[in-house]
Design a protein around this ligand. Sequence first.
Ligand code: HEC
Length: 137
Amino acid sequence: MRYLVFSLLFLFCLVNTSTQFAEAKPTKRYDARTKMCRDLTSRALEWDTNLWGKGSKQFRNKCQSCHSKDNSSGAPFVHVETYTSDGWNAFFTKRKSVCANDGSWNSFSDDDLQILNDYLYRNGDWTYDPNDAETCG
Ligand code: HEC
């Protein structure tokens, strides 16, 4: 009987934390370049910006091709949690990094960069904080 109670309690905690995680993901992103609000819960973006969608694939192909672990090209290892959501927005809006200015991004279209920004924003560091990034701005 005690085991049953403990297992149920454990299950309850598990379900509880996982729903908290899901709910706390940012749902909207203000895109400074287009001055538009990106609804990350809309049907297309919800799919494209989740962990197995287009944004994640593009990140692996376009960014992590250089920024992989232990690469020899001098690029630091970069992953979704390298920056917070706001950090990623600043990264893509200001474009101050070396690679954004030395031609490494030349083959990326505005749409590519936007979906990368959406994906990284939605899954960036601290995105499980319920007080963070629920608003658009
Ligand atoms: C052709 C290779 C290449 C590609 C593609 C590339 N980077 Fe870089 N990136 C670099 C190198 C090299 C540096 C380090 C430059 C230095 O510090 O001298 C860098 C620097 C960075 C940094 C470190 C911080 C900063 O501001 O410099 C971040 C974060 C970063 N890149 C993210 C990205 C993201 C996100 C993408 C995809 C949109 C990307 N990079 C695409 C080569 C690349």
